[in-house]
Design a protein around this ligand. Structure first.
Ligand code: NAD
Length: 255
């Protein structure tokens, strides 16, 4: 903890890796962790990140790439304390819209991608006095969103995998939690809106469908991730924290 006018430097001296850390929720999280004292690496297909973040080109769908990134990171730092397994891709359509190749492509990035990076990080995390993993799940895992069959299945698996890992590694001192964001205002959603016939009207309609009348800010998801990753949350493991304007907790039905 730091004495900077009450600022919390709870990540002082810690090293964090954030997959998908070059954009959206991952970038907001990387910035927040760095602001609270961590040395932060963004592991992303896109290695261009603003200072003080360090970018490492990584494809979570490629085991050799993940291993190489973790090896480079730990060679530089000698440690890894926090892993944010956040990289993910979207997919539209009902169950029949995707062929096997599309199913496997999305599951490979969103689910096996989490497992790959945890597998490579675990030996280092086990040596940390405050090891924490946070995964990025989704409201889609438990709300029954229309036209998101493959994506929803992948995020349901992320939630279940996170709880399973929390149980398996509890006594090793590695905590695992997930965040489940609602529709968040990131470049991803920006791209979806931009492809609509009337992006402004589409955004207004999307905002109106959210329980609190607006999109979730990437920084709000980052704050939840930082809370779960913080050494101050040492007794919190095996949880899925919704950041969705109340949609799941209030059992509201998305249209
Ligand atoms: P984004 O597209 O803004 O950022 C995703 C980042 O992941 C990009 O920098 C991209 O290069 C990287 N990435 C993609 N595939 C990768 C791969 N194979 N290896 C390494 N990096 C890869 O998206 P975002 O909205 O910030 O989404 C981040 C996470 O949040 C995803 O897991 C997504 O499913 C989840 N999520 C997003 C929303 C939303 O509404 N934006 C809602 C719920 C959950």
């Amino acid at each position: 903890m730091g004495g900077d006018g009450g600022a919390v430097n709870d990540f002082d001296g810690l090293v964090a890796a954030v997959t998908g850390g070059a954009s959206g929720i991952g970038l907001a999280t990387a910035r927040l962790l760095a602001g609270r004292g961590a040395v932060v690496y963004a592991l992303d297909l896109d290695p261009e990140v603003p200072e003080p973040l360090r970018g490492l080109r990584t494809d979570v769908a490629d085991d050799a790439s993940v291993r190489a990134a973790l090896a480079e990171l730990t060679a530089e730092t000698g440690r890894l304390d926090v892993l944010v397994a956040n990289a993910g891709i979207g997919a539209q359509g009902d169950v029949a819209a995707a062929d096997d190749a599309e199913w496997l492509r999305v599951l490979d990035v969103n689910v096996v991608g989490v497992a790959r990076v945890v597998r490579a990080a675990l030996p280092h995390l086990r040596r940390s006095p405050s090891a924490a993993v946070v995964t990025t799940g989704s409201i889609a895992a438990h709300a029954g969103l229309p036209q998101r069959a493959v994506y929803s299945a992948s995020k349901g698996a992320v939630h279940a995998l996170t709880l399973a890992m929390a149980a398996d590694h509890l006594r090793e001192g590695v905590r695992f939690n997930a965040v489940a964001p609602g529709t968040a205002d990131t470049p991803w959603v920006g791209r979806l809106l931009a492809s609509a016939p009337d992006p402004v009207a589409e955004r207004a309609a999307l905002e109106a469908r959210q329980p609190h009348g607006r999109l979730v800010a990437a920084e709000e998801v980052a704050a939840a991730i930082a809370h779960l990753a913080s050494p101050l949350s040492g007794s919190t493991t095996g949880t899925v924290l919704a950041v969705d304007g109340g949609m799941h907790g209030l059992r509201l039905r998305p249209e």
